[in-house]
Design a binder for this molecule. Sequence first.
Ligand code: UVW
Length: 310
Amino acid sequence: MAQRPRYADLPDGSAWDVLDPKLGSLELLTPERVAAAAKLVTAGKRFSLDLPLTLPSPPFFGREPFEHTIFSLGMANVFDDKLDNFFPQGSTQWDGFGHFGHPDKGFFGGRAGADVEAKTLGIEAWAAVGIAGRGVLLDVARHADIPGNEEFAITREMLTATAATQGVELREGDILCVRTGWVAWYKALDVAGREAVAAASRGQGFEKFHTPGVGPGPAIAEFLWDHGVAAIAVDNPAVEALGPGGLGAPGDSVHTRVLAMLGIPLGEFFDLDALAEDCANDGVYEFLFTSAPLGIPGGLGSPPNALAIK
Ligand code: UVW
């Protein structure tokens, strides 16, 4: 792999000319790095990082719940199940490259909306090779008082301070997991509270839907690129902070700067709570991270089927 430029040297913050057009920054997950990450498994402890597919309930951003039917295959002792109205981005998810583009420059690699609709920028490319490597958890929520339902930006300085407190370093090719505490906050809501927050997420401009997340976009993009992060997964709805000012100026959001321009997949609604508890107990914040997205041809997102293994 050629020497990567620094973020400051990328033209307009675009890495399109230096990355694989289908894998983007996932190209950093080389066989050597995956093999080294596998050596981090010493205790055999496994943590699923996906919420149940039925959470959040109701789903956010106008997505809808799926219907699950169990039916007989014609023999009394054989059943199958069927999911209708399934939204692959309704629960824990990877945002694929076709999900979110730059308002002027287009989607990752300079593709247009028509290319996305023609299914030429699909997540099946990630599914074909899988996502695996060294995972690092930065449990910011454990070290800072982060409100569950307010716009709150976790800055790169907070990420750096958390890494130092935990005694862990980021290395090129890492899959960075950031815990904001939002999923834990959400899980504690009752039915009415969950309905209210889902309704707020459907509003225009996020006036009433406020969440913590990483930001602001340009500084986080520089942090992730210069550390060589292959993918970022966060326990919140959109990786970045949302609120009236959440997405920032057009083209400056984390979605645009990181997903569209740097080809770094965004993981949302990750459940990092059990993993975080274990990391706090043993003081080990690195692990083998694996994820097998669904091979939906032309798909724009997928449940990650993610595991952390220590
Ligand atoms: C939106 O950007 C609305 O969706 P997501 O947070 O799933 O990327």
